[in-house]
Design a protein around this ligand. Sequence first.
Ligand code: 5GP
Ligand code: MN
Length: 335
Amino acid sequence: MKPIQEIYPLLTEMRKIVITTHQKPDADAMGSSLAMYHFLKQFGHTVTVVSPTNWAKWIDWMPGSRQVIDFDMNNEKANEVLNSAEWLFCLDFNTFHRTKTMTERLKELKCTKILIDHHQEPDAVSFDYGISDAAKSSTCEMVYDIIVESGHAGRINEEIAECIYAGVVADTGSFRFASTTNKVHELVADLKSRGLNHAKVHDSLFDNFLENRLRFTGHVLLHRMQVFYEYNTVLIAIPKSDLLKFHVKTGDTEGLVNYPQSIQGIKLVAVVIDRDEERKWSFRSKGDFDCNTFARKYFDGGGHYNASGGKSNDPLDETVRKFKEAIKENQSLLQ
Ligand code: 5GP
Ligand code: MN
């Protein structure tokens, strides 16, 4: 993988460009993709964002989201743009299998592939150019850096600023995680000076849900949360019946994993959701417990040091049993 800087001189040559991200894109995935979309369009490129799957309704406010093609839903159109792509930007993931049903399509594409990502252990040989930096708060921060470093800061308009800010806020837990460096705050100051309405973005991200989501959260915290004080761990296991009862949609479960972190002394929080296709795990830790290694070792996943995810094909009961064994094995690290 050659350094991302090598594409800067090529930005002014017209191309057909596709931008893609991981399945079920979150605010950083969609924000970085759309910020890049609005940036590249200014050069006159033909740019399309293709998402492997659908995304949460509350992300629809992002400027440009209506133009995004859902590979699952609109397969023919997505394949058409992928076939004619000269450049493929891969944002907020670093191995093709995080795009689920799009994986084989992306592998076989012959176009130039460019990685921009902040997760650990990138599959660097699969990309022609790129940057992978696990120290960065978010992929949105990396897109901002690229725009500025390539000499195009003047192109940051309101749309780009909103998309970047949304991803940074989401991936830093509203500026609380350790990844929030002075550079992140400087980025925000710069976006503000370019006209960012940050209150509007917060409103769109956090005060934009339906009643059922709040009631679902209350139900889950009361009835599905288990606290294991001997391991400083909280587990929330959500059966399919809860998802049906509260009409839970894509994205409604996001953020749930953050609530138990407010309990004094908790080091690890795990949420598992009984989805149709798999049992999906989310892990968050505080301090020196490595969620990335934990997710890789026990649940076929990965991510960051303090935030990771994984999956299991076992039934819910069985994957919960394995989790309990895993925290027992890790007891010394959790104290
Ligand atoms: P979340 O819990 O918000 O879904 O994911 C937390 C972090 O872990 C995100 O950065 C996400 O990209 C990563 N992640 C989630 N699930 C998986 C997975 O199955 N495999 C890998 N490698 N990373 C994951
Ligand atoms: Mn991210």
